[in-house]
Design a protein around this ligand. Structure first.
Ligand code: SF4
Length: 245
């Protein structure tokens, strides 16, 4: 079925222009969600902890070698009761310096992408697969991802999001435990963990900065995410109606 595409507020249209995307009605194939992916070893050891305990533990973590080279642990940021949880790969140089995920040019583009979906950055929760920067921005090693995954699993359990937005190949492959190319993981709704949280895959904004021609596909991914789980708890149509008066 071809999706009719979301109604857009004036603010969303401005954000799309900032992403250099013409406003158009995307065609989205809304596929029936596949059966749940094999449950990740979800926090078997999910401690009855809270945000404070979890953050303190992460900030002092020495579970993998990356603690030796990090400047700061990049724990995560945003609304801890968000409907959308955005998950990236690992901190880069800017993030390592500032202690916050998705800053710098890629972060600005992510903010524009979220704005196009009608969201301020503060209205989602943002975290990475790894909390510490791999030297020279190399890909995370499997043992590093394995050492770190408990933190993200516990963040997901605490936020209880309606949707996970996996940003980039590394995030998608780690969350889905597949090495399928990102291009094959896009365009459908996956399920994460025992709770079957809907998961949508899109491009990393750093990649989009290098390949701006793919921004339109990223917008299609955001449309799929919006159609799957509206990003705000308040009904979006009412807001659109107000904006367009
Ligand atoms: S990357 Fe994760 S597991 Fe490794 S030291 Fe940092 S917080 Fe600990």
């Amino acid at each position: 079925m071809a999706g009719a595409g979301p109604q857009l507020s004036a603010r969303q249209k401005v954000a799309l222009e900032a992403m250099a995307i013409d406003v158009w009605t995307p065609r989205i194939e809304l596929t029936t969600p596949p059966p749940p992916a094999p449950a990740p070893a979800l926090a078997a050891a999910l401690a009855p902890d809270d945000w404070g305990t979890l953050e303190r533990e992460a900030l002092a973590c020495t579970r993998c070698v990356l603690h030796q080279t990090r400047t700061r642990v990049v724990f995560g940021v945003g609304d801890r009761q968000a409907r959308w949880l955005v998950i990236g790969e690992a901190p880069g140089a800017d993030e390592d310096r500032q202690g916050e995920p998705f800053v710098g040019r890629a972060g600005q583009l992510l903010n524009e992408m979220l704005r196009a979906a009608g969201l301020d950055r503060e209205q989602v929760y943002i975290a990475n697969i790894l909390k510490c920067r791999p030297p020279d921005n190399r890909d995370p090693k499997p043992e590093e991802s394995a050492s770190c995954e408990g933190y993200l699993q516990r963040q997901i359990a605490l936020v209880q999001p309606g949707l996970l937005l996996a940003v980039g190949r590394i995030a998608a492959q780690n969350l889905l435990r597949q090495d399928t190319p990102l291009s094959s993981l896009r365009g459908r709704v996956h399920r994460y963990g025992p709770a079957g949280i809907p998961l949508v895959v899109t491009y990393h904004p750093a990649y989009l900065l290098r390949s701006p021609g793919q921004k339109r596909k990223a917008w299609e991914d955001l449309c799929l995410a919006m159609a799957t789980v509206p990003p705000l708890r308040s009904p979006v149509p009412a807001r659109v109606a107000i904006d367009e008066r």
